[in-house]
Design a protein around this ligand. Structure first.
Ligand SMILES: NC(=O)c1ccc[n+]([C@@H]2O[C@H](COP(=O)([O-])OP(=O)(O)OC[C@H]3O[C@@H](n4cnc5c(N)ncnc54)[C@H](OP(=O)(O)O)[C@@H]3O)[C@@H](O)[C@H]2O)c1
Length: 336
């Protein structure tokens, strides 16, 4: 079968399509004929050798996909060949076939395309876990979402609004903020031209935000810390800026606030039953039309490298997807 393969750590341009053996089905796994693979920022970091979990070489990127079940391993219940599923394998999804843990896979609702399902689990799972389990978001609170038009950011806007919060979206361009408004952001900050802290204080009558959701890190995280309300929670999601950034303890003391780590992958491996309960809620909301995954571009498989480059170049809005059959894509995409 064909797969995008990383043979040496470093440059996305060194990725190549190779013929590789089909993945081996093990107990507890399902084997999937991949129809669409959604890319995540950690795919870029993996190729550059900058992610916390380092796969051994050679490896195929891709930690999230949608497709049809080809076979189920021993001990698997709830799936059969032919089922339409979304899954989060630990890498290898940028390929014609992949195996994934059955307990971290979900049936795709009938009205949802492979493309729209492919990027559902990680982005929505992360934001739900962040707000519900880590941030204890309450209706009526104010949430600042940083990198708000990105893969996880846009789902944070959508979910925070569903939980009854007021949402301030912050991103680096007006085009990105237009998408945030379409997803329900009440107010927007363009942090290429405006100070996050000054705008937040202006928008909240000097009170600050109850929750800051931060997938960006670096200077943006530092500005968010200066924008916290008393008792606020800074949710640390990731470091897309490339800078982790030190948290000044005096800021936590002054605002009596907390810095809270969020790691959906670790959580779902440690607590599979609790994760499934939460994901079932999200899948129901997807089925009922409450959630509308945003896919900004679908690339054919042959252009997988360009898809990863788009993410690395900070050009993606919502999700970037690689699909085996492009007809799976455009007419079924949610565009706002
Ligand atoms: N903790 C978890 O469980 C979890 C789960 C999923 C993802 N993550 C992490 O969350 C982060 C975002 O992931 P994602 O898939 O949403 O990525 P994404 O779609 O690329 O979004 C990241 C956003 O970060 C901003 N950004 C700022 N500086 C950037 C830079 N130098 N390069 C690229 N983007 C930059 C961009 O928004 P602006 O241009 O508006 O600044 C971009 O939209 C990653 O660090 C990822 O590892 C964590």
């Amino acid at each position: 079968m064909k797969a995008w393969v990383c043979q040496k750590i470093g440059d996305l341009q060194d990725l190549e399509i190779h013929e590789v053996p089909e993945p081996e089905l093990q107990p507890g796994l399902i084997k999937i004929a991949v129809r669409a693979t959604a890319l995540n920022f950690p795919d870029v970091l993996n190729v550059r050798g900058l992610y916390q979990h380092k796969p051994s070489l050679p490896f195929s990127p891709g930690m999230e996909c949608a497709g049809e079940v080809l076979a189920v391993g021993d001990g698997v219940s709830g799936f059969k060949p032919g089922d339409r599923v979304m899954a989060q394998p630990r890498g290898g999804a940028l390929a014609e076939q992949v195996c994934a843990q059955a307990d971290q896979a979900y049936q795709i609702p009938k009205n949802i395309s492979f493309v729209n399902a492919s990027g559902f689990i990680v982005a929505y799972g992360t934001s739900y876990h962040a707000f519900v389990d880590r941030g204890a978001l309450k209706s009526g609170e104010t949430v600042l979402v940083l990198g708000a038009a990105g893969g996880v950011g846009i789902t944070a806007i959508e979910l925070a609004k569903l939980f009854g919060a007021r949402v301030i979206a912050a991103a680096s361009s007006e085009a990105k903020l237009d998408l945030c408004r379409a997803y329900g952001a009440d107010d927007c900050i363009n942090y290429s031209t405006e100070s996050i802290k000054d705008r937040v204080m202006e928008l909240t009558d000097g009170l600050g935000v109850d929750i800051a959701y931060d997938p960006v890190g670096g200077d943006v995280m530092f500005q968010a810390l200066r924008s916290m309300a008393l008792g606020g929670r800074l949710l640390i999601i990731g470091f897309a800026s490339g800078t982790i950034g030190d948290i000044p303890a005096n800021r936590l003391l002054l605002r009596q606030c907390q810095a809270v780590g969020v790691a959906f992958g670790s959580y779902s491996r440690a607590f599979p039953d609790a994760t499934r309960k939460r994901m079932n809620v999200l899948v129901d909301w997807l089925d009922g039309g409450k959630l509308k995954p945003h896919v900004s571009k679908v690339f054919p498989f042959a252009e997988g490298r360009s898809a990863l480059q788009m993410l690395a170049d900070r050009k993606a809005l919502g999700k970037v997807v690689v699909a085996f059959d492009e007809s799976l894509g455009n007419d079924t995409l949610y565009r706002h």
